[in-house]
Design a protein around this ligand. Structure first.
Ligand code: NAI
Length: 489
């Protein structure tokens, strides 16, 4: 019965507030609305059982309900311990027609402020369907759901979960323990889940990177669609979404004026470009760090100084990491910072800033200003031969992605471009498996262009149409695609 709808969220009484926000978000998500209309009555995802691991926000609620309208059964967890909007999670569980006492929506396992143990418990729950069957599709953001299935199966086959080694990150220990205790209940769990999965669609740069690595190592178990590298994803969400939500995160966390200050942005890829533009737009003097000469040169062409963090860290009022790399800001960098400098990460994982290293600085003290905002006070000490007085730095979201930890992530319109790609990727992979053999694929350009088209009208853009003669001169079809695959936008 519906009362048995499994879920774990903060508080179902938040559902009406969530529902209002979802309703307003739908208005700003023309891509998802267009897909609902397009597939009305067709249910292309009938039979799909989707395990979703993606920030449980208001926008994601619209994605989930679109997948359901297209016929899918769905279970959901967030892909970050801080990113859930509790009212959105509650509204998805209750559903449009349900009540708090009789929820009719989708099983969601997510709340803001999970522990790592709870996080991996939630990720496990999306794989365990009540009928004993597993999911047959994964929708992932950052690759944690995919990692759990791959590692779980690998360790099951091996007959043992490895023991954590000295120096392993805390989270790795939690993953090992989660799988170990699960195997006691069911020693074939992950093999069965892995066998049932037809494919995964992956949202973000870091998750996509993991998938290519897995495939190169010959370990990928099922086909994957790289949603991130649809142009209408990475050249919109990663840039313009960040341009909005970076400032939202910094402002809600600190409310420190950005104008007139020095902001260092580590990484000048898609996300870094959005960060730099946003900070400059507020009147900050922006300095970029890069390891790639092309991106470094691009930054100079935009007028940004390019420097090494070691050299400029002492001038910075803000340091933002956007690299997808590890150990970008070290404890020594933090020691060299100005009093009350604000440090945050907007890349996917929390290893860009070495928070474990910061916690080990002798005499360091951590004060909670409010949830996801911490002041780290460093004792007076000698740094590089210079006497430094007691000072403190403000760390956002404990080094986890600050736009979702301190604010509510990207706004709906840009998530509509991302999630329209997600829905198309799920439909493609589920309904046309022969077109997507084992490997990592991007969506065909025609679909990418279609996603863009969905969004033109609501921003009042009137597209020019090629004449037949013009099209044949360019060597393209009047209806597109308009660019070769190597075009970079
Ligand atoms: P990208 O690959 O386009 O950019 C990363 C840039 O960082 C590259 O240009 C690279 O050369 C540079 N880099 C790498 N190591 C570096 C180092 N040690 N120092 C300085 N620069 C370094 O990737 P993209 O799309 O910009 O994504 C960056 C991260 O942000 C990823 O983890 C991605 O998953 C995440 N992301 C987060 C979002 C959010 O809402 N918070 C949204 C989209 C992506």
């Amino acid at each position: 019965t519906s009362t048995s709808l499994q879920h774990r969220v903060r508080d179902l009484s938040l559902a009406p507030a969530g529902r209002h926000q979802i309703r307003l978000a739908e208005h700003e998500m023309p891509g998802l609305t267009a897909l609902r209309r397009r597939y009305e009555g067709q249910a292309p995802l009938a039979g799909a059982r989707i395990a979703g691991s993606l920030h449980m926000t208001v926008q994601t609620a619209v994605l989930i309900e679109t997948l359901v309208e297209l016929g899918a059964e769905v279970r959901w967890a967030s892909c970050n311990i801080f990113s859930t909007q509790d009212e959105a999670a509650a509204a998805v569980v209750v559903g449009r027609d349900g009540t708090r006492e009789d929820p009719q929506g989708v099983p969601v396992f997510a709340w803001k402020g999970e522990t790592l143990e709870e996080y991996w418990w939630c990720t496990t729950q999306i794989m365990l369907w009540p009928d004993g069957q597993g999911p047959n599709m994964i929708l992932d953001d950052g690759g944690d759901a995919t990692l759990l299935v791959h590692k779980g199966r690998e360790w099951e086959q091996r007959g043992a979960v490895p023991t954590a080694e000295e120096g392993d990150p805390e989270e790795w220990r939690v993953i090992l323990e989660t799988v170990r205790s699960g195997l006691v209940e069911d020693p074939q769990r992950w093999t069965r889940v892995a066998d049932g999965i037809r494919g995964v669609t992956e949202e973000t740069t870091t998750g996509v990177h993991r998938l290519y690595q897995l495939h190169e190592a010959g370990q990928l178990l099922f086909p994957a669609i790289n949603v991130n590298d649809s142009v209408t994803k990475s050249k919109f969400d990663n840039v313009y979404g960040i341009r909005h939500s970076l400032l939202d995160g910094i402002n809600r966390a600190t409310d420190v004026l950005i104008g007139g200050k020095v902001a260092v942005v580590c990484g000048f890829g898609d996300v870094g470009k959005g960060c730099a533009e946003a900070l400059r737009g507020q009147g900050a003097r922006v300095i970029v760090t890069e390891i790639d000469p092309i991106c470094a040169l691009q930054a100079t062409m935009e007028g940004y100084q390019v420097a090494r963090l070691d050299e400029v860290v002492g001038q910075a009022d803000f340091v933002v990491t956007a690299t997808g790399c590890r150990d970008v800001v070290t404890a020594d960098h933090v020691r060299a910072m100005k009093d009350k400098a604000v440090v945050g990460n907007i890349g996917h994982f929390d290893n860009e800033i070495d928070m474990a290293g910061v916690a080990q600085i002798p005499g360091v003290e951590r004060t909670e200003i409010k949830p996801q905002v911490h002041e780290w006070t460093l004792p007076a000490e000698e740094v590089d031969g210079e006497q430094r007085p007691e000072r403190s730095v403000i760390v956002l979201s404990e080094g986890r992605l600050l736009n979702l930890g301190n604010a509510t992530g990207h706004p709906s319109f840009v998530m509509s471009t991302s999630f329209a790609n997600q829905v198309l990727a799920q439909v493609e992979l589920f309904t046309r498996p022969d077109d997507y053999p084992l490997g990592v694929h991007t969506l065909p350009k025609a679909l990418d262009e279609e996603v863009a088209r969905f969004h033109l009208e609501s921003v009042g853009a009137d597209l020019t149409e090629l004449t037949k003669e013009q099209a044949s001169y360019l060597g393209v079809d009047v209806a597109g695609p308009y660019k070769p695959d190597h075009y970079r936008y």
